[in-house]
Design a protein around this ligand. Structure first.
Ligand code: FAD
Ligand code: SF4
Length: 474
């Protein structure tokens, strides 16, 4: 055990800086940007925690990870036990340690944040999860004796994977149906390699398969089998975690020109279909020289940084509000700026222009100013008359949000949806209007976060277990 320093001295220890690739190098490659803390750094960072009695950080975490508990295990140098402690409530620490917005959750309320910098909780989470995986310390959990109950999980994003992991441990037979040819949801098709290496998501899926979860990839529920047909095939309960993968568009003239992608298509081609790896794959993707990405969220940052790495000379973010309102994680905005992405704030495209081949060649934009707050609480952007100008572009990526995937809702009679087409589910049990059918993640909330999807999966698994054991007679 590392000797603890007196509490008053802990505040003097500076927050550890995560080593990372230099911007001038990384803007040309797809390798992960931050390298992770060294063991020495992790021990120093863990020693900063004040072990607060009222644990505000735990309350700030959407799944209430025992943060001081796992940090204390780091100080005991028992990193595998620290990873297991996190996994009591969060099954995906290696993923969440990389992509969770800790700066808005556990770290923003850390007591140290008031006068100093908060404990780097996310860095520590990533450290223990990586240590456990790289040192092959992951142990298969005890699996309860078979219950004879069968569960179908539709969609293999963080929500579906969490349900699968929790229910297999309880002795149920679990099959995951995934429309794409690889499981992982947005974690594999959306978030790029330089932020979340695919081998990490694959390791999570392999671990579930080792526990006994069956994966049926390239299987679109609602087209090949419906929810009712799954019940007819003998599944006793069904979880729907189909996410929000339906891209929204601007609805402005010229949007159908060649060279205008949805972020979904652009990132899927680059990540899942591996256009980023041209030595081994010949996936077609348009390589723009002047690339404009429309939007200000994580998807926009991922797209613009991908465009740079695919060879863009100029990569622009075009966003209609100001940087303060951008929904992307601060770290992603910062990384994009360091890499040379050019930010055109308070700007909205109003029209795309094409050449005689139907390819986009420029975009007409208008400058905006911020008016009164709208329903989202953010100040509404208002166009400034006469401020139009033209941007030369040969590739545009539209990253202005996604709607729910509609197929399962359309093919499942009696499944209640709201006005955005999301499935309505009880917030505590995730039960839908159909008996035995549960739903969670983005398909219920609309586009949200990995940890909220995983948290919904935990709740659903608890309720599904109760249902399977109490209401399904075998
Ligand atoms: C580019 C991008 C970057 C992001 N970055 C972050 C980030 O940094 N931090 C963060 O916390 N969140 C981030 N998010 C949001 C986060 O990834 C999502 O909130 C989360 O993945 C939702 O999980 P889910 O399990 O609900 O669905 P998804 O991850 O969307 O998974 C749903 C799965 O269901 C499958 N599916 C859909 N329909 C069917 C069907 N009919 N039959 C079978 N399978 C089906 C889909 O193919 C998909 O694999 C990002 C999102 C995007 C798009
Ligand atoms: S609030 Fe910060 S200092 Fe206090 S227990 Fe949590 S991580 Fe440690």
């Amino acid at each position: 055990m590392v000797e603890k320093i007196p509490k008053k001295d802990r505040m003097k220890v500076p927050r550890q800086v995560m080593p990372e690739q230099k911007p001038e190098d990384r803007r040309k490659n797809f390798q992960e940007v931050p390298y992770g803390l060294t063991e020495e750094q992790a021990l120093i960072e863990a020693s900063r925690c004040l072990e607060c009695k009222n644990i505000p950080c735990v309350a700030g975490c959407p799944v209430e990870v025992d943060i001081p508990g796992f940090i204390d295990l780091i100080l005991h140098r028992d990193y595998a036990a620290a990873a297991r402690k996190i996994k009591e409530t969060n099954s995906l620490p290696a993923v969440c340690g990389r992509v969770c917005p800790q700066e808005e959750q556990c770290e923003v309320v850390c007591v140290l944040a008031k006068k100093h910098q908060p404990v780097a909780i996310g860095y520590l989470e990533r450290f223990v999860a990586d240590y456990e995986r790289e040192h092959k310390l992951t142990r298969l959990p005890e699996i309860a004796p078979p219950t004879g109950r069968r569960v179908a999980v539709v969609g293999s994003g963080p929500a579906g994977l969490t349900v699968a992991g929790d229910l297999i441990k309880l002795g149920h037979e679990v099959t995951v149906f995934e429309a794409l040819h690889k499981p992982g949801g947005v974690l594999v098709y959306g978030i790029p390699e330089f932020r979340l290496p695919k081998k990490i998501v694959q390791a999570e899926c392999d671990f579930l398969a080792e526990m006994g979860v069956k994966f049926k990839n390239s299987t679109v529920i609602g087209k090949m089998d419906t929810v009712d047909e799954l019940f007819e095939q003998g599944y006793d309960a069904i979880f729907i975690g189909t996410g929000a993968g339906l891209p929204n568009f601007m609805g402005i003239p010229g949007e159908n020109l060649i060279g205008i992608y949805s972020a979904n298509e652009y990132l899927t081609r680059s990540n899942l279909m591996r256009a980023f790896d041209p030595d081994d794959y010949d996936t077609p993707i348009i390589h723009g020289r002047n690339v404009a990405v429309l939007g200000g969220g994580n998807t926009a940052m991922d797209s613009v940084r991908t465009a740079l790495r695919l060879g863009a000379e100029n990569a622009y973010i075009v966003y209609r509000r100001s940087e303060k309102e951008m929904p992307a994680r601060i770290e992603e905005i910062h990384h994009a700026q360091q890499e040379g992405v050019q930010f055109h704030m308070l700007t909205a495209p109003i029209k795309f222009n094409g050449d005689d081949q139907g390819r986009v060649v420029s975009m007409e934009c208008i400058k905006m100013e911020l008016g009164e707050p709208d329903a989202s609480g953010r100040r509404r952007p208002v166009p400034i008359e006469g401020s139009n100008y033209t941007m030369v572009v040969d590739l545009v990526v539209v990253a202005i949000g996604n709607s729910s995937n509609p197929l399962v809702q359309k093919t499942t009679p009696g499944l209640e949806t709201n006005r955005w087409g999301n499935i309505v589910a009880d917030p505590e049990t995730m039960q839908t209007s159909r008996k035995g059918v549960y739903a969670g993640g983005d398909i219920v909330t609309g586009g949200a976060t990995v940890i909220l999807a995983a948290g919904a999966g935990k709740k659903a698994a608890r309720a599904m277990h109760k249902f399977l054991m109490e209401e399904v007679k075998k």
